[in-house]
Design a protein around this ligand. Structure first.
Ligand SMILES: [Zn+2]
Length: 138
């Protein structure tokens, strides 16, 4: 199978639970054990209180579209997704935002609105890498 995009590499120790969860079709988020703040991207300390005691929670997979852009050109030749496609910043129900693609929707500003409800779609690229993409909730 030809991949349609570059794979994330290397996977860092602090992000490993995130990628392991995606393989099992779970969207996991790091959460600070000291102050309870859930955040993204994974890192070794809490961005709010700087504690290093980080645990993981399973996110609902639900959220809303915070912002989007319809891309009419690939920004790199390694990107083989046929444009137009939708770059999206999704705000998860748990609070953190993540950059992703909005899929299963017409790449048309008439069909896509900020704050529209979205849900995760697990897109398996390889045995190692599954990506969390999002689609509108219908
Ligand atoms: Zn904290």
């Amino acid at each position: 199978m030809e991949l349609d995009r570059p794979l994330p590499s290397p996977i860092t120790p602090e992000a490993k639970p995130f990628w392991d969860g995606l393989r099992e079709r779970k969207l996991l988020l790091p959460r600070c054990q000291a102050c309870g703040h859930a955040f993204f991207y994974p890192r070794v300390l809490c961005p709010r209180c700087h504690a290093r005691d980080i645990g993981w929670i399973q996110a609902s997979g639900r959220g809303k579209l915070h912002a989007f852009e319809i891309a009419y050109q690939a920004f790199h030749k390694a990107w083989k997704i046929k444009p137009p496609y939708v770059l999206a910043m999704v705000e998860l129900a748990e609070g953190p935002r993540l950059m992703t693609n909005l899929v299963n929707v017409e790449p048309d500003p008439k069909a896509i609105k900020c704050d529209m409800p979205v849900q995760v779609v697990f897109s398996k690229l390889t045995d190692e890498i599954t990506l969390p993409l999002f689609e509108p909730v219908r």
